[in-house]
Design a protein around this ligand. Sequence first.
Ligand code: FMN
Length: 140
Amino acid sequence: MPKYKGRGIAFGVDEKAAGDVVRAARSKTSKPLIVKLSPNVTDICRIAKAVEEAGADAVSLINTITGMAVDIENRRPKLSNVTGGLSGPAIKPLPFAWVWQTVSTVKIPVIGIGGILTAEDALEFLITGATAIQVEQPTL
Ligand SMILES: Cc1cc2nc3c(=O)[nH]c(=O)nc-3n(C[C@H](O)[C@H](O)[C@H](O)COP(=O)(O)O)c2cc1C
């Protein structure tokens, strides 16, 4: 959902739009609906609450964080798209904070994502309140 754009906004960063998308999906399926949340928001709890009220069965967080890198030799962005999604160990403290905030806000399960490389990382998420975790398949 965070990467699906329409009418000029990313649904994942607007609580009304996020709720509308989840309600539409909920009306079409009785299968489990896990809604992945974007970290590029001011208050992730508001989005989590909106999608819970719209019928999500669980939320997972976080998606990548918008980042940028600059080549100082040619004074240009290193990424052809200028900005891109930051992930991996560098971001791990951030999903901890947001998972912790989200589990205090919603009653549905919260799946932790971000920077998980070891069993210890996974346990830290579970201790923080996540019901489950997601580990990204490395690109070979
Ligand atoms: C190469 C790559 C591709 C990704 N593609 C998607 C995608 O298509 N949809 C999505 O919701 N998240 C996508 N993500 C985000 C991951 O699912 C995950 O939320 C994020 O990378 C943080 O977790 P990590 O630190 O374990 O990688 C992608 C991440 C990477 C590294």
